[in-house]
Design a protein. Structure first.
Length: 279
């Protein structure tokens, strides 16, 4: 009992920010006190009483390029009291039931407390791609930006280079969505590392001629960099499924989730990747 009381004292302040760029019905989030909506993009400029990433220390104007990371940056710089901080989307949530959109299955404060007793972070399961994580990036961005990212790591954090090569360049998978829940000290360390690298890349990247999708460069890069940081720092993680509340009508989605459930989907993709790109 004493241990339980101590845990509640340490992690009494928990905040999971739900990032949205448009008005959506999120009343169900009132079911759990740890969730808080934060507005980004043009929506952040409207006066409606909801939290905005354009307040306090912020990079809100960079949302077209940083995507949900403008909310992550806001939390890092402005939320000074929460001892557990997380990020999810208005349509994507960590869940204990991947085939249901019922909010009762979304992670609750008590679930997070339980998982963080033996872990430092909660992250999405790795998503595997037949072409590999590196080549998958080339479907939405340019290789020159990956070279600049590696240069940033070589200069700023050279000890991370082997992990970048192993867990990104030579990997079949990465964690989608920029969705995380972390203990405060882990969150702070990750944000400092991540935003230093992204700033280096930004200062050396001309986005002229990029499409709207390609211009989301820093949001895409951060998805690939998460595994690099987690493995390099040996962070104890609880991997969770994500439910997309706008996809569950899709038969393909159900098929993928069924294969994931019986642990075949990622295995098949990883095998194809290794057969195609084995050294």
């Amino acid at each position: 009992m004493a241990a339980r009381v101590l845990f509640e004292e340490v992690y009494a302040k928990m905040k999971i920010y739900v990032v949205t760029h448009k008005p959506v019905d999120l009343q169900f989030l009132a079911l759990d006190k740890c969730y808080s909506v934060i507005r980004v993009g043009q929506y952040s400029r409207e006066k409606n009483g909801l939290l905005s990433d354009a307040e306090g220390k912020n990079i809100a104007d960079k949302n077209p390029n940083y995507c949900e990371l403008t909310a992550q940056y806001w939390a890092w710089k402005n939320d000074t009291t929460s001892e557990v901080i997380g990020l999810c989307h208005y349509r994507r949530y960590f869940t204990t039931h991947a085939l249901s959109v019922n909010p009762k299955y979304f992670l609750k404060e008590k679930d997070i407390e339980s998982f963080l007793k033996s872990n430092d972070a909660i992250v999405p399961y790795n998503q595997s791609y037949c072409v590999g994580a590196y080549k998958k990036y080339l479907s939405c961005g340019y290789e020159k930006d990956l070279k600049t990212t590696k240069e940033a790591i070589q200069i700023l954090y050279p000890e991370y280079v082997p992990f970048y090569e192993k867990y990104f360049e030579k990997s079949a998978s990465f964690r989608l969505g920029n969705m995380i829940i972390m203990k405060r000290e882990v969150f702070d360390a990750y944000c400092e590392w991540l935003f230093n690298i992204l700033q280096y890349v930004e200062e050396r990247t001309d986005l002229s001629g990029y499409s709207a999708q390609e211009a989301r460069i820093y949001g895409y890069l951060s998805e690939r960099l998460l595994n690099v940081w987690l493995f390099a720092n040996k962070v104890k993680c609880k991997s969770m499924r994500i439910v997309n509340t706008e996809e569950l009508h899709n038969v393909t989605y159900y098929g993928k989730e069924f294969l994931k459930f019986i642990k075949i989907y990622d295995l098949i993709k990883s095998l194809i990747f290794r057969l195609q790109y084995k050294e």
